[in-house]
Design a protein around this ligand. Structure first.
Ligand SMILES: *[C@@H]1O[C@H](CO)[C@@H](O)[C@H](O)[C@H]1NC(C)=O
Ligand SMILES: *[C@@H]1O[C@H](CO)[C@@H](O)[C@H](O)[C@H]1NC(C)=O
Ligand SMILES: *[C@@H]1O[C@H](CO)[C@@H](O)[C@H](O)[C@H]1NC(C)=O
Ligand SMILES: *[C@@H]1O[C@H](CO)[C@@H](O)[C@H](O)[C@H]1NC(C)=O
Length: 340
């Protein structure tokens, strides 16, 4: 299984490590026991203090992928075998692109967060944005600006598995260069979504002094950005296909922020075990939605079943002095639709 490119591991171990399954985490998951490639293990051994960040980054990425795709036919579900993302890692589709980008971005985010919290000796806040006299706008840099350079460096080192320079000349991409391009687009997303936050100081919030710092966006915001990139991914030519280039494939060099893919995606409608596609049978859909979660689209026109589900909630809650909240139990019957 590949958690990060070049990482061959048993999916079950990785899923436990990421906390995707509820099974107990094996004791002592240090660098030697982890699902890492030899090169990554060596990096892990040199920088063991980054292990919690690697884990946090992977969890962040998996959770965000599943959240962004929860209403789509492909829902970013993690599979048992042969890899966490199953077949999707090797198909060279838009979905592969999203997975690589979100994993790379998650790692930058988690490492940078750790740097900003002062947990590491190798990195910290962005020293270029500290102190200084008030600028024209009457504010100055203060506090801790997120310093993404270290996280970005580490994400590159950890994920880009010694692939040669991505080249847009010489007739197209390989799966490896496509993956590396999309990982980099994911890292760029962290920089692109950074913002400046400010705080006022002064008598009763008069804002006589204002300090500002650069901060990374929350990861769900990064997820929204990556999802937009995914929607606008561009197909590039596959070097291994030689001369059978399609006309609609771009010849122009692609922007480093763009996602690229080699192969069109399947429709993800029907189960195909061989390709690790779960299909949409049994997925919950929304009868009135015209979006991807609408029954028509999600169920691929196969129709849906309607079940009545009983919903029990706490309701009419009252605060009772002091200090309880007393509620009634309310029942409601709701329709639930699932794809045939
Ligand atoms: C994705 O959909 C499948 C059914 O097609 C379901 O079994 C699985 O739990 C879903 N995964 C997530 C993460 O929602
Ligand atoms: C930083 O270290 C503290 C104390 O060890 C820990 O609670 C916190 O989770 C760490 N933060 C990160 C982002 O690793
Ligand atoms: C390609 O690799 C060389 C040496 O490894 C490096 O100096 C150069 O900046 C790289 N080019 C790009 C576009 O990354
Ligand atoms: C179904 O979709 C409609 C329209 O998009 C939305 O207003 C409604 O809240 C959705 N229902 C559920 C249960 O998600």
């Amino acid at each position: 299984m590949t958690i990060f490119p070049g990482t061959v591991i048993r999916a079950a171990v990785l899923r436990r490590w990421l906390g995707v399954t509820s099974a107990a985490v094996p004791e002592k998951l240090g660098c030697p026991n982890l699902p890492l490639s030899p090169r990554q293990r060596e990096l892990c051994r040199k920088k063991p203090f980054l292990l919690p960040s690697i884990q946090d980054g992977a969890r962040l990425a998996v959770a965000e992928c599943q959240s962004q795709f929860r209403y789509e036919r492909w829902n970013c579900s993690t599979s048992e075998e042969p890899s966490v993302f199953g077949y999707e890692l090797t198909t060279g589709t838009k979905e592969t692109a999203f997975i690589y980008a979100v994993m790379a971005a998650g790692l930058v985010h988690a490492v940078t967060r750790s740097c900003s919290q002062g947990n590491m000796t190798e990195c910290g806040c962005d020293a270029r944005l500290q102190g200084g006299s008030p600028s024209a706008g009457g504010w100055h840099w203060g506090g801790c600006s997120d310093h993404i350079q270290y996280g970005t460096w580490f994400s590159r080192k950890f994920i880009d598995n010694g692939v040669k320079n991505v080249s847009t000349t010489g007739g197209g991409y390989t799966l490896a260069t496509m993956n590396q391009h999309n990982s980099e687009a994911g890292r760029q997303a962290i920089e692109r979504t950074m913002a400046t936050d400010c705080r006022c100081h002064g008598v009763s919030g008069s804002c006589a002094v204002k300090t500002c710092w650069r901060t990374m966006a929350a990861f769900d915001r990064v997820g929204v950005y990556l999802k937009e990139r995914y929607e606008r991914s561009v197909q590039v030519s596959d070097r291994s296909r030689g001369k059978t280039k399609r006309k609609d494939q771009r010849r122009l060099p692609v922007d480093k922020h763009q996602f690229i893919f080699l192969n069109k995606s399947p429709n993800y409608c029907l189960e195909d075990r061989r390709r690790g596609i779960t299909g949409t049978r049994g997925r919950r859909c929304n009868r009135t939605s015209t979006g991807p979660d609408g029954c028509n689209l999600l169920c691929c026109g196969r129709g849906y079943n309607t079940h009545v589900v009983r919903h029990v909630q706490r309701c009419e809650c009252k605060f009772v002095w002091c200090c309880f909240v007393r509620c009634r139990r309310c029942e409601s019957m709701n329709d639930m639709h699932t794809c045939k």
